[in-house]
Ligand binder design. Sequence first.
Ligand SMILES: [Zn+2]
Length: 124
Amino acid sequence: MGTEYYIKDKTKEMNQGIYIGKRSAAGKFCYKCRMTLHRGGPDMIHTVTGQWAAACMKCNSNDFVSPAMSFTFNINLPDLCNTLVESGYNLDNDLCIVGSNSEKAFSFDEFIEGLKECAITFNS
Ligand SMILES: [Zn+2]
């Protein structure tokens, strides 16, 4: 599950786009201590093995614990943006970002703002 995101050229109707990465549910996370409640650490949050702690393992409370989202990058986004700009694209005028679960297209700014909601990021 999760949502996969692609950069698309607005001028090309049917292009598949460049795969950026995937946003997924990441389980319980303590936003005060910035850590997952998975006992195996962040690398284990998308596996079926291991156990989740009942409360934050650092502050021992649930006061700042909420379900979190993660983002797994398939590409180095800043490098790709630089390449696109050098190729003559205007990121917000010529390109948009679409998710696999939605018809909505995002601007780069909207997408970057949305990434801030992802407590955990990975590079694939
Ligand atoms: Zn904590």
